[in-house]
Design a protein around this ligand. Structure first.
Ligand code: GDP
Length: 460
């Protein structure tokens, strides 16, 4: 199936509640399809909506069989200038679940059917209003809980990612056409496709693909949050630090995908990045989560976290033991920050002596350098990238397709180095094009689409 073609002819009209269920000031019921305007017209007699232009608002009484449902505002969007590309009507009612249900029931009686999850966005995709990566970004925008997640999703929804891939695909298609042309002249041993230029193109595609794949780690972190473990000996000041961070930066979040309640206790939002403080229950209960970081249980925790904050009391520490802790961190932690706490009353510790340049002296109690620590946390995660301008892959499906693109690029390059026949190279190029196309939905099948959109909620 290909998008961007003539609009698929749906003859049914779908309806759903597009705002969250429950009581609110307003609730919006959305209709999309060829009968959307006629249905609204029938429910708001006297307004003659069928004759009204696109992008207009109409205030009036919604009635079903002469019984008033509510005084509402109707927004009218005519195809193709609407979210789905079809005629769309949005009915803003007062946010009573009873009224909203009556409104939906009235639309169904008039010929609409209840939309499936993600069906509005699916129609938008199939009508060529957006590509698949953009459609998926709609779900991410709705789910975003921090500025970083919001910006990455908005960038993708605006088509930043798609644009980058489309350009690469375009160039590769040109080569593929030339190589396939050579096959028609197989007996004459001609080369239409300049092999050196093809090599260069493969290298540049590979660079972009690798950058995108690398960005997935960051993308995942932005979407799911960065796991942080605070460890250190009893009395180092772990719970004081935890409370200090929570006082200022506690994040308001709903559920975070792929995480369980017992491992996460607290979530922070620092400069728009979500940090999940893991195993905080241990800090609260016993104060000695990790007494000696050498024990296997502690090492496991340390390896699990994206970032480890290792805290020690600058006033009471044993230098050889601390150095050993640092080398264990270097070997086992993905990233770590060494924190010398209680700097409000003790001398600073020179970094060189600790064998780590990831060292910050702070005072969890008085707040000295807490801002520096927070900046360092964000820097450690973002690694200098500002996600407003760069494309960051946040979707596991895209990452999997990029891996396939990377594998097929490797096969093409290897094939060329071994001077394999053009028809085999052409096959590898087609495979590469296939996976590039899968991301934006240029190449896809119905089952895959149903799967992707079924993960949306109803009304999207
Ligand atoms: P934990 O066992 O690692 O969780 O340590 P706590 O957070 O319970 O702190 C142990 C003791 O050190 C408490 O009496 C805290 O008030 C004190 N403390 C923590 N941070 C600081 C600090 O930055 N400066 C000073 N002077 N005392 C601190």
């Amino acid at each position: 199936m290909t998008n961007g073609q003539a609009a698929p002819a749906w003859n049914d009209t779908i309806v759903a509640l597009s705002t969250p269920p429950g009581i609110g000031a307003l609730g919006v019921v959305r209709l999309s399809g060829p009968q959307a305007i006629a249905i609204a017209d029938a429910l708001m007699p006297g307004k003659k909506l069928s004759g009204k232009p696109s992008h207009t608002l109409h205030v009036g009484w919604l009635k079903h069989h002469d019984v008033s449902i509510d005084e509402v505002v109707i927004s009218l969007f005519r195809n193709p200038k609407s979210f789905t590309g079809e005629d769309v009507v949005e009915i803003s009612c007062h946010g009573s679940p009873y009224i909203l249900q009556q409104t939906i029931d009235a639309c169904i009686t008039m010929g609409a059917r209840l939309a499936k999850p993600g069906e509005f966005t699916q129609r938008a995709f199939l009508n060529g209003k957006m590509d698949l990566a953009q459609a998926e970004a709609v779900a991410d925008v709705i789910a975003s809980q921090t500025a970083a997640a919001q910006q990455a999703a908005l960038h993708q929804m605006r088509g930043g990612f798609s644009h980058e891939l489309a350009q690469l695909r375009e160039q590769l298609i040109q080569f593929s056409a030339l190589i396939e042309l050579e096959l028609d002249f197989a007996t004459e041993d001609v080369e239409f496709a300049d092999r050196t230029a093809l090599q260069q193109l493969l290298v540049s595609i590979n660079t972009v693909v690798q950058q995108l794949m690398d960005s997935f780690k960051l993308g995942n972190v932005i979407k799911e949050g960065v796991s942080v473990a605070i460890i250190g000996k009893p009395n180092a000041g772990k719970s004081t630090l935890l409370n200090a961070l929570l006082n200022e930066n506690r994040a308001i979040v709903s559920d975070i995908a792929g995480t369980t309640r017992d491992t996460i206790e607290e979530v922070l939002n620092i400069e728009g990045v979500l940090f999940r403080l893991i195993d905080t229950a241990g800090i609260r209960q016993s104060g000695d989560v990790i007494e000696t970081i050498g024990v296997e249980k502690s090492l496991e925790k340390l390896r699990k976290a994206d970032v480890v904050l290792y805290l020690f009391d600058v006033h009471a520490y044993d230098e050889p033991a601390l150095k050993e802790a640092v080398s264990l961190l270097q070997e086992n932690a993905r990233q770590f920050i060494l924190i010398g706490n209680k700097a409000d009353y003790a001398a600073d510790i020179p970094e060189a002596r600790l064998g780590s340049n990831n060292y910050i002296p702070i005072s969890a109690k008085t707040g000295i350098n807490l801002d520096v620590l927070k900046d360092k946390l964000v820097q450690t995660v973002m690694q200098g990238k500002t996600n407003q301008e760069s494309t960051i892959v946040t979707n596991a499906r895209h990452f999997a397709a990029l891996q396939q693109v990377s594998n097929s690029l490797h096969d093409i390059q290897q094939g060329m180095a071994q001077h394999i026949p053009g028809d085999l190279i052409a096959l590898d190029i087609r495979r590469c094009l296939h996976y590039l196309g899968e991301i934006t939905g240029t190449i896809t099948n119905e089952d895959q689409l149903d799967f992707i959109f079924s993960k949306f909620c109803i009304g999207k």
